[in-house]
Structures are given as structure tokens and as C-alpha cells.
Write a protein that binds this ligand. Sequence first.
Ligand SMILES: *Cc1c(COP(=O)(O)O)cnc(C)c1O
Length: 425
Amino acid sequence: MDYFNYKSSKLFAEDVSIDSIAQQVGTPCYIYSKATMLEHLRKIQAAYAELDTTVCYSIKACGNTNILKILAQAGSGFDVVSGGELFRAAEAGADMKKIVYAGVGKTDVEIIAALKAGIGYFNIESEEELENIIRLAKQQNIKTKAALRVNPDVDPKTHKYITTGKKESKFGVDIERAQKVFADFADNGFVELCAIHLHLGSGGKTIDPYCEAIKKTLPLIETLRKQGHKIEMLDLGGGYGADYETGYAPSAADYAAGIVPLLKGKDLKLILEPGKSIIANAGIMLTKVLYRKQSGQKKFAIVDAGMNDLIRPCLYQAFHFIWPVSVEEKFSHIKRTEKLDINGLEFIDVVGPICEGSDFFAQDRAMPPVKGGDYLAIFTAGAYGFTMASNYNARPLAAEVLVDGGEFSVIRKRQSLEDMVALER
Ligand SMILES: *Cc1c(COP(=O)(O)O)cnc(C)c1O
């Protein structure tokens, strides 16, 4: 679901024409729709309203401070995985009590910053890390709370690089070891170990792994409580599917329909850490066709965005629907799906300018014919788009634009060549 729609034959973000952004901001750029991100956030908040739920948006999906500000104002907390993300959250005016901090390699500097900020929970990934946080909390004389990240050994059946909840993963501790961690560390006076954290991985397209993980975790919580430990919160992590191909991912309500009944009456606060299910659909990447080229039977559109701007197709073999910003009327109501079989489309590869064979956005993709100078929208690019961008090939980072109704603003300027080398002077 998003507010990027064709009005007759032109693509709009809410009430702003994409052409007008292209002309004023240039390409490549990311364009976000405020209404879209808020609608996704609100749907999640509403779906879990029966439980005492805090949505902690995962900053690593898209961390522009202007976007964080909007989400914070709508009641979102944040899931951070570094001191840098904690800094971004603070910059956006986040409620520090609604911050959870995960990550297997937290440094002393990062831990002390989070202690001083007064975050809600540290999500603990290992015994050594917990020992270190206890040591630093004592040293700083600051009390805090922590959730133990438990590895429920379920497979979300997603790409292997984004599967994190299986037993042989580097994240968390397995269920058997969890009891021992509570026994060894619960009584330390500074870090109150009072919650369980799960995160199965990203991009799962079914609800079952979540239900399975909860069913494996509830007996652990019961056992821990019997042993005298207070368990006040369950953090279910993120990874809820975003709709990269229309109708493909369960909705927030679908997930909640499976999850909420399992947790009702269990006297647990719930934290959710959605990233892409809030922001993926809320962003597009806008790029311009530079050249057309044909090699043998293969047709190419060479565009001005590259894998340095949006790496998901290259890194995860991710599908992104791509469509021209201006199309003939008959092409303006196409379903955003991978397989299109319509007269008048042409099969082309959409590739970037970078000196790597993996620099493509789509291969053999059916699209209306395009020529040099045409703009293309790469949809569902809001999550893990700009945040994974780099200066590879000495390409300055793209601009980011936020649309709100009939207005738009540049929320991150295009990096200049001067900016790019400034730290080297
Ligand atoms: C990446 C991550 C998330 C967010 O994942 P999405 O797939 O974007 O929802 C949430 N929690 C943790 C701990 C993460 O590492």
C-alpha cells in the first residue's frame, strides 16, 4: 500500500508530480511519502492495540532524522543497532524510554552513551556482552533494563543472509542456555534482566515462524517466572514482510491475528521492531535513463542510479517494480508484479553506470519502451535503500525528498563532490 499513483499518465507522490521533483532536485534521488509511512505505522499500532504494545521502528531500514521525527511524533519508539543510530534518534527528539538497543558488537563507548541517554532496554546478545554492560553500568552508576535475545531456532524461510533466528546464527543465545544466563546474571543490582527479545530475520512472508517462535518462548518465560525472575516484556523483533510484489506479504492485521491471541492475558508488554514493513513502500528511487543499448538480443536501459545508490537487487536478488514516470494512459494502471504479459511492452535490463556486472536493477523486465532522458521510478525502495548507499566509484550520495500532501522538501541534500572529499583534506 502506498500513495504513489498515476494520475492519467503521470506518476505522483501524494499530490506532487514526480516530474516536478525531478526537475527541481535532479536524479538519482529517493522520494518518500509521509502519508504512506504514517499509514503503515498506524496500521501496526492498531493491529496490536489489544496488548500493551510499543512499536519501535528499526532505524537501520531508513534513518533520515526528518523521517524519524515524523514517526516519533506519531508515537513510535526506535530499535537502534549502533551508537550512530542512537545519535540519530536523539537528534530526532525520540523518547529515549522507547528505545531498544540490539546488536552483537556494542562497544564501551556506545554502551555508555546508551546508559547516559536512559534507553528502555538493551537487547543482550551474549553472556560476555551482558557482563560488560553490567560492569559499565556500575562504573557509571546508572541502572538500566535488558532483554535477553533468545534464538528460538525457527526458519523464516527467507534469504540466508537475512535469516537470524536459527540455532547456528551469531545472534542471541539458544533457549536452553537462556535459563542459565538468567540464573547467573539476574541479581546484579544494575542491569535488570526482565525481558526476552526475538528477531527471526527480515523479509519472512508468512506468519507461522512468529507463532512458532512465540510458542517456543512462552514456556521459557513461564519457567523463568517460576524460578523467581520478573519477565515484563517480550520483544518480537522485526522482519514483517513488505509488499514488494502486490499481494505477496501478509498485512499487519494478518500478523496480529496470529500473534495477539497467543500473548493475550500473559501479562507481557509487547515491543515490535518493524523496519521495512513501515518504510519500504513509503519510498521510491527516481532515476533517469541515460542511454539505450542493444547487445545481441539483449536490450539495456542505462540509468543514472547505480548499485551504490540501491544495492538490494545486487545483494539480495531483490525484486523492485520499475516503471516510467510518464507512460501512455493504457500502461498507467498496471499491477506492480514481476510477471507482466501485455502487448506493447519491451523486455529490457535496467542497469547502472558502475563498473561491476552486478550493477543492475532488473533483468529481462517487461516495461513500456523508454528512451534517453526518460525518468524511471524504482518502487518499494524506502527500506535498506539510502541507508545502504555508498560512495563507490566516487559517486556522491543521492538526495532524499519528503512529500507531504501537495508539498515536498529536500530532507537530505545531494552530497557535493566537495563534501565527498572533505574529510580527506
Ligand atoms: C533489522 C532488524 C529489524 C528490522 O527488520 P525489518 O525486516 O526491516 O523489519 C528489527 N530488529 C532487529 C534486531 C534487526 O536487526
